[in-house]
Design a protein around this ligand. Structure first.
Ligand code: FAD
Ligand code: DLZ
Ligand code: SF4
Length: 509
């Protein structure tokens, strides 16, 4: 039978409910899935991330075939592979002569720009559909943002709560408050019982992919094994069950904590599955709400978790599309230092950075506070170029796609957009890391020392950052107290801070 629509399913669209399949027909439409070099190398992704996606794509293609779809699947090593979405769609168009190409909108601007050129390049209509896995469409976010001076996540989040009815008690928020974040800042102790995330043994498909990635991506960052990620929707569901049962009850309390020997704490490790399409974000939130209503998790945990997904996740996606393509170039502090090598090697004496980067290399995972307050904080204090910082985060985490990574990195963690996401930079000295973690006890640097050879580098860098960027930050009312503290310091102390910082920065390679 002649092909009516050629439907391209991208590697992060692994959901049977994806909009491109809604109006499709198993008899006359053909699905196309492709493993292509351009996607695997536009940044040098962590090897676990590539293996996760290739294996999940192969499993998804098999599930689609079992459900009666005709799927053309192109493996990375196929001799005819042209290496790009555009090349492969063009080849499939020549092969199948469809009437049109259909695709759900991609998550990244780069890919969208390529698709917008397809009608002219391919000479046939290309239908780009909304990605209905998101609660708030790009157009709805733009409407929400229009005319507002400040795009505060908290207000956006309340609208999403009302829209979904999640944790609502009629018109009012459950428990009388929208946000229980103030209860979610407990430091963790190493003797707490902490569950481990759900682990899956690699099956034959995953093993084949691991061999491929080992052979073809030897120069990429990150350990390939042990590989324990879920690669199918049902395995990801099992990971969700596991999280709800074991970790969700303490998710809220220890959300901001860090422990050297506990890489995951009470975090869900679900972002890679949600972002790739193996789990539906709204369904995940409904499960978490049900656990709360059944008395299996406290409100601060359920609210905190749901806020991350229907609040932050939707909000950063809206901002990404609102601000691209210029957003990626923003550099509020004009920071131009290159990314230090130790972000790739973990070869640093600083125990917090060493732990976060080692874990990133081994797991393709770090939790939010490690990303924000350790690797992110250091990069901002040291004046690292935000685009290089962005490219690092995009490469090293299994859940990283530009739509979610860029606003989190460039906006939230580097303040490179001058304050779109946050009212002040997430800058902190060693004291914060010491309060929220057990890293400092294992560090050759002394977190209590402010300056000098053995002082925790975050201490002088913190003040140096504030002084270096005084013209941009002193007027910020949320930093008034901090600058008053600086002003009250003796000139000698100020000089000590700045000289210590200069010494640290001079040694960064
Ligand atoms: P949990 O702590 O269990 O949180 C639950 C879920 O909420 C996550 O699975 C995720 O879907 C969502 N979520 C939580 N925080 C955020 C947030 N700030 N933005 C969007 N969704 C959120 N998240 C990504 O998914 N991809 C990225 O590339 C990414 N890059 C980041 C870069 C930086 C510098 C920072 C500070 C944060 C980044 N985040 C990113 C957000 C967050 O760190 C991760 O979503 C989270 O650590 C994933 O682990 P988890 O599933 O255990 O999350
Ligand atoms: C991240 C990624 C990688 C590593 N490889 C592929 C691939 O080979 N084929 C594919 O369809 N998608 C891949 N992806 C995910 C895409 O980069 C993602 O779909 C786009 O960035 C749009 O969000
Ligand atoms: Fe990190 Fe400073 Fe603590 Fe060392 S002393 S672990 S560098 S915060």
């Amino acid at each position: 039978m002649k092909t009516r629509s050629l439907i391209l399913i991208l590697g992060d669209q692994l959901s049977p409910a994806i909009s491109s399949l809604k109006a499709a027909d198993r008899q006359c439409d053909r699905l196309l899935m492709v493993e292509v070099a351009e996607e695997a190398t536009y940044v040098r992704h962590h090897r676990k991330k590539i293996a996760f996606l290739f294996s999940a794509m192969r499993h998804h293609a098999a599930a689609l075939r079992d459900a009666g779809w005709q799927v053309d699947y192109l493996q990375f090593d196929a001799a005819e592979n042209t290496g790009s979405f555009t090349g492969e769609v063009a080849r499939a168009v020549r092969r199948l002569r469809p009437q049109r190409v259909v695709v759900t909108e991609p998550g990244e601007w780069r890919v969208r720009a390529a698709m917008d050129r397809w009608p002219a390049e391919l000479g046939l209509p290309v239908e780009i559909l909304d990605d209905v896995r998101f609660l708030c469409s790009r157009a709805a976010f733009a409407d929400w943002a229009a005319g507002r001076k400040q795009l505060r996540m908290e207000f956006f989040y309340r609208e999403m709560r009302r829209k979904t009815g999640l944790l609502m008690d009629g018109e009012q928020p459950e428990g009388g408050k929208w946000n229980f974040d103030a209860q979610n800042r407990k430091p963790a102790k190493a003797d707490l019982f902490i569950p481990q995330p759900h682990r899956v043994e690699p099956d034959a498909i995953t093993k084949e992919v691991l061999t491929l990635v080992g052979a073809r991506f030897g120069d990429h960052f990150g350990d390939l094994t042990p590989f324990w990620f879920a690669v199918t929707a049902s395995e990801a569901e099992a990971a969700l069950d596991h999280f709800i049962e074991r970790a969700l009850p303490s998710f809220g309390d220890y959300q901001d904590a860090m422990l050297a020997d506990q890489r995951f704490l009470y975090h869900s490790v679900l972002s890679l599955y949600i972002n790739a399409g193996l789990l539906d974000p709204l369904a995940v939130c409904r499960r978490v709400e049900a656990a709360y209503r059944a008395g299996q998790a406290p409100l601060n945990a359920a609210e905190g978790f749901i806020r991350q997904i229907i609040g932050w996740r939707e909000y950063v996606r809206g901002l990404y599309w609102l601000k691209m393509p210029g957003y990626v170039e923003e550099n509020f502090f004009a920071a131009d230092r290159p990314l230090p090598d130790f972000y790739w090697t973990a070869d640093t004496q600083m125990a917090c950075l060493k732990a976060a980067i080692t874990q990133t290399r081994e797991e393709a995972y770090a939790h939010h506070i490690q990303r924000l307050m350790v690797t992110g904080n250091f990069a901002m204090l040291a004046g690292i170029n935000p685009k290089q910082v962005h490219e690092w985060y995009l490469a090293v985490y299994a859940d990283a796609y530009e739509w979610v990574e860029l606003p989190n990195t460039l906006g939230m963690s580097q303040f490179a957009d001058g304050g779109l996401l946050g009212s002040k930079p997430y800058a902190a000295s060693g004291n914060y890391i010491n309060r929220m973690s057990d890293y400092c006890g294992r560090c050759p640097y002394d977190v209590k020392q402010k300056t000098g050879e053995r002082a925790c580098p975050f201490n002088p860098l913190y003040w140096d950052f504030l002084v270096r960027n005084e013209d941009r930050l002193r007027g910020n009312p949320r930093l008034a107290q901090v600058y008053r503290t600086w002003d009250r310091m003796s000139e000698e102390k100020q000089r000590d801070y700045r000289e210590s910082a200069a010494g640290i920065l001079a040694k960064l390679k």
